[in-house]
Design a protein around this ligand. Sequence first.
Ligand code: FES
Length: 150
Amino acid sequence: MRDEAVSITNQNESSLRIVGFLCNWCSYGGADTAGVCRFRQPPLLRIIRIPCTGRMDPMFVVKALVQGVDGVLVSGCHPKDCHYAVGNFYARRRLELVGRFLPFIGIDPRRFRYTWVSASEGQRWQQVVTEFSALIAALGPNPGFSAHVR
Ligand code: FES
């Protein structure tokens, strides 16, 4: 795990970018826990903190990928742990549809992932970021929407 994180750092540090939308109450805390515990992670991820995944407008995902971000990761509280009771249930429905919609606009759906990570799961957060970063590194730069409009 540690070596994989380092190799992604060396290969793609300057070019690839992943945008992560993290719910304030769980996944942001999980990312913080990973940092506090000094779990090494690839540096591709840029985090945007949102109050809940229920706040996640599916167009945030589409816009980011259309504009050329290489990957989008959404992460929130585990089902039934949402601090707003059902926000992540709404999010799951919307995000599932986004993943199915992306191929219709010419975007590889592997560039988008959603998951659930709690504030105490720093190691799981490290694993999620490392695996998704490795996938994005394997896929290479996102050509964005412009590559498909000619
Ligand atoms: Fe975390 Fe709703 S508060 S997903």
